[in-house]
Ligand binder design. Structure first.
Ligand SMILES: [Zn+2]
Length: 422
């Protein structure tokens, strides 16, 4: 009890004192800082490396991981079988297996390992910042995103030979569900005739056809309940193709992915394979669990590209304002890649944020520039990527100090509820 009296005394003293009050208001044209004419030119005339289109600008910033919100790729799973259920792996067991396979693939995305190749490399290991989310039809409470189809014409997969059908899309056309917004993954048996052939190996294999995936080999190799771990690499590899990655051993546009001897499958094989086997997700090997920085950057670049096929598979996390996803800038930060924010954006005292590309603010989202904070919109485009309105830019002032907004090279301010003119 004895602490109450001094506290009340302190509060009454403060209330009676004259001290500066923090004022907040929406930014007006009068608040905008002018820049010298010579600087107010498009980026290409200022010797600034052109932003927005470089994969390096889409790498997760490990000092500010919250600036790269997690991306969720919506997926569903189809189990193909013959009309008389030739393959006995079906029903509840297959459902649990599919969920575990997704969990195992997400496990590797979360872990991301250092690459085995080049041997002794010190390539940074960055967080992948994407995951899979099993996604049923929203209007059907009985749908869990896992489907079973029994069809003698379409159930099988043939990788080689005159009957090969891996590139055919007919199974997608007949059985695909929410193909535009959910990545459909078809688990298919190798054809019984293929399995019977001594020259055909019914191995784990897959193919990515622009917007859907076929995986084969699970039925033939499934022996125990937890062998989904053995197929997570194929899953991540095929989705890697969907997300625009090429094989690591070809000219894939990534200098940090390894060239190597593809005869090596495992580091457990004798030399030279003990030091010459790849574990990159886009190689063929026993382990496919390493994503290079370039691969991660390219994926996020594609996911941030408006109207791309890949972006349509994303859960639109940026369409709901979340208080927990506020980004607070306290140091000097440049955003040269496009972003989809899910919370308010605040530039605190001492913080300086330069935006050069597209940034989607969530519906109702507010950008606040505190006294001593600075926001530079350098050819940027601020908008809402859900067809709704974000709130606007608030400048705070205390005594004679206000937050600063600097506009360069005609940034576009779209979908703002409180526009600059008001
Ligand atoms: Zn491949």
């Amino acid at each position: 009890m004895k602490y109450y009296i001094p506290l009340i005394f302190l509060l009454s003293t403060l209330a009676g004192a004259c001290f500066p009050i923090l004022q907040s208001r929406y930014v007006t044209a009068a608040d905008i800082e002018r820049v010298p004419q010579s600087y107010d030119a498009p980026l290409e005339r200022r010797n600034v490396a052109l932003p927005c289109g470089q994969w390096a600008d889409y790498l997760p910033d490990t000092s500010h991981l919250d600036h790269t919100p997690m991306r969720y790729i919506r997926v569903n799973v189809h189990w193909m079988n013959s009309a008389d259920t030739l393959f006995k792996f079906t029903g509840k067991d297959a459902e649990v297996y599919a969920k575990n396979l997704i969990r195992a693939a997400n496990y590797d995305l979360e872990k991301n390992r250092s690459m085995y190749l080049p041997y002794g490399n010190e390539t940074p290991v960055l967080p992948t910042r994407y995951r899979y989310l099993l996604t049923p039809r929203p209007d059907d409470p009985n749908d869990d995103g896992i489907y079973f189809h029994y069809d003698d014409e379409l159930y099988y997969y043939v990788h080689r030979g005159k009957n090969r059908n891996l590139y055919k899309r007919d199974v997608f056309e007949k059985y695909g569900v929410q193909m535009d917004t959910v990545l459909n993954i078809f688990i298919m048996p190798h054809h019984p005739d293929s399995i019977a052939s001594p020259t055909y190996s019914a191995f784990g294999v897959g193919v990515a056809l622009s917007n859907a995936v076929k995986v084969a080999g699970i039925y033939a190799n499934h022996t125990k309940y937890d062998d989904y771990w053995g197929f997570r690499g194929i899953w991540n590899h095929e989705v890697g193709h969907i997300l625009s990655l090429s094989h690591a051993w070809v000219n894939d546009g990534c200098d940090d992915t390894p060239q190597h001897d593809q005869k090596c499958f495992s580091i457990k094989q004798p030399p030279p394979c003990d030091t010459a086997t790849s574990n990159n997700v886009m190689d063929y090997a026993a382990e496919q669990n390493a994503w290079s920085p370039c691969q991660i950057g390219r994926i996020h670049q594609r996911l941030a590209t408006e109207n791309s096929t890949q972006r349509k598979f994303l859960l639109p996390t940026w369409c709901t304002l979340k208080d927990s996803m506020e980004i607070v800038i306290r140091d000097t930060v440049e955003w040269n890649g496009a972003k989809d924010l899910e919370g308010h954006l605040t530039i605190e005292r001492g913080g300086q944020l330069t935006i050069r590309c597209r940034v989607s603010m969530p519906p109702g989202g507010i950008i606040t520039i505190a006294p001593g904070g600075m926001l530079i919109l350098d050819g940027a485009r601020l908008h809402n990527a859900c067809g709704e309105l974000w709130d606007g830019i608030v400048v705070q002032k205390i005594a004679n100090e206000a937050g600063k907004l600097i506009l360069i090279a005609e940034p576009k301010l779209e979908d703002m509820k409180h526009t600059l003119e008001e």
